[in-house]
Design a binder for this molecule. Structure first.
Ligand code: FCB
Length: 480
């Protein structure tokens, strides 16, 4: 189908039958919960209708919003340690209080309901529920997630729980963390406890959030926790993270709990910066690192030959990958979380250049068509895997009237809509982020929330983008 034709179809709200997502059968609360919206305003001419049951959502992560870092028996994570070290974060910011979500969970649930969210992606703080990372569960910490999940279900919002959003328990880091092969099993053991504890209420699980970022920022550039700068170690940690994913998926199957599980990967469409053969060659190498190195093991149970061949003969990751590991990592997933922020353009020298405007987050080059390219590419290369966008968004410097964010979200949703019309099985979309929060090394200097959180009082206020998103959800579509 040519693009023009797709657009015409889509504008009539006629996303072809068979293109749209089916609501997962047998899942207690599959992605796409929430009630109908018969009283909703309808889409006007040119409106882009999304498939029925589309999971309109928003995302957060534990360390970035919860605060209550030392309360109710929570143990420290690598991010507590890292953010408290001098010079690691902008202004010395930490997640000690963050958005104070731990104490304001009911207020936040009500705000989600006001926006009309159908799906809410959060992460469980491993060291809140297991203070040392292994062994006994912390009942008080677990209670918090029961309150959260119960509150979501009461509001007909589907909980989507991420098991690891970068906050490795410090107790495990002290034993070597992800550099240690054992960490994969520690993670799966913790995951199993979560399946047993919350598995009757949570229907969608995500194992890892963005292992690539942990490898690149946490272990190579050293600007995220745990602050290492060693590419060789980084790749070993990356393998153990993936192994942890596979073991957790296997544990999920073994738990007998209903529902679905997959990973949340940040992926970037990679393009040659010019028409030269050299740029095309370099782009293929970068694509291996950015995308295929993560997608292939998770969805096909093998590392790409070209990526393996590019590893130096003495690279420790070669020894770290043992027989059978790739198959473990490829344990069948039910869905893939796709996180899209930016494309990558590669020169013949292997350098990277920008071709589009960026945002306050200078790494975020705005290119909505990249989302279309990414989603259709996954569909083409990996078959009929169920996809949900688990993160997409931008920081805005506007206080409440964040028109730049509205335009960003609108354009990316239009790209997602085109991908659905082209046959991609996209089941949902989650804005990053619900709330202003602790943006890692950038501290509180970047504001990503649909909801403004006052830096001092922590008072909440819906931004213009939240009101806009509420209308999108109510109409089940976007008015370009
Ligand atoms: C992603 C992270 C998320 C947030 C956004 C802006 O890489 O998963 O926690 O920092 O970027």
């Amino acid at each position: 189908m040519r693009r023009r034709h797709v657009l015409t179809l889509a504008a009539a709200g006629a996303v072809a039958a068979g293109c749209g997502p089916d609501k997962p059968a047998g899942s207690p609360a599959g992605v796409g919960g929430g009630g109908g919206n018969s009283a909703a305003p309808s889409l006007g001419p040119g409106g882009l209708a999304f498939p029925q049951g589309f999971a309109w959502g928003a995302s957060t992560s534990a360390y970035q919003i919860e605060g209550a870092a030392g309360e109710d028996g929570r143990g420290p994570s690598v991010w507590d340690t890292f953010s408290h070290q001098k010079g690691r974060t902008r202004g010395g910011d930490t997640g000690d209080v963050a958005a104070d979500h731990y104490h304001r969970v009911y207020e936040d649930l009500d705000l989600m309901q006001r926006i009309g969210l159908r799906s809410y992606r959060f992460s469980i703080s491993w060291s809140r529920v297991m203070p040392d990372g292994r062994g006994a569960l912390n009942a008080k910490g677990l209670d918090f997630y029961h309150r959260l999940v119960d509150g979501l279900l009461a509001r007909k919002i589907t909980p989507v729980a991420t098991l690891f959003h970068w906050d490795t328990p410090q107790g495990l880091q002290d034993k070597g963390g992800w550099e240690q092969r054992d960490c994969a099993q520690w993670f799966a053991d913790y995951a199993l406890q979560m399946f047993y504890s919350l598995g009757d209420k949570v229907g969608t699980w995500l194992t890892l959030n963005e292992p690539k970022t942990v490898v690149q920022m946490g272990y190579t550039a050293g600007v995220h926790a745990p602050g290492k700068r060693d590419k060789r170690v980084a790749d070993v940690a990356g393998h153990h993270l993936l192994l942890g994913h596979g073991l957790a998926v296997r544990a999920f199957r073994g738990s007998g709990k209903p529902g679905r599980i997959g990973a949340a990967l940040n992926l970037s469409p990679v393009y040659p910066a010019d028409a030269s053969a050299g740029a095309a060659r370099q782009a293929a190498l970068v694509d291996d690192d950015e995308n295929r190195r993560w997608l292939e093991p998770v969805l096909r149970g093998r590392y790409p030959d070209s990526w393996l061949a590019a590893q130096p003969a003495n690279a420790p990751v070669r020894a770290a990958i043992r027989d059978g590991d790739a198959a473990t990592i490829g344990e069948r997933s039910d869905l893939l979380g796709v996180q899209y922020y930016n494309p990558v353009y590669v020169t013949a020298q292997g350098g990277r250049v920008n071709k589009h405007p960026t945002t306050q987050a200078t790494w975020l080059e705005v290119f909505p068509d990249g989302l279309f390219d990414l989603l259709t590419r996954i569909g083409r290369d990996y078959g009929d895997v169920a996809l949900t966008v688990t993160e997409n968004g931008m920081p805005s410097t506007s206080d409440v009237q964040d028109d730049d964010r509205i335009a960003f979200l609108r354009d990316h949703l239009a790209a997602a809509h085109r991908a659905i019309a082209a046959g991609v099985r996209l089941e949902g979309y989650h804005v990053w982020s619900l709330l202003d929060n602790f943006e890692w090394a950038e501290g509180y200097s970047q504001r990503w929330g649909l909801i403004r959180v006052d830096p001092q009082s922590k008072e909440r206020r819906l931004r213009a983008s939240a009101e806009w998103y509420r209308d999108v959800i109510a109409r089940n579509g976007v008015q370009p």
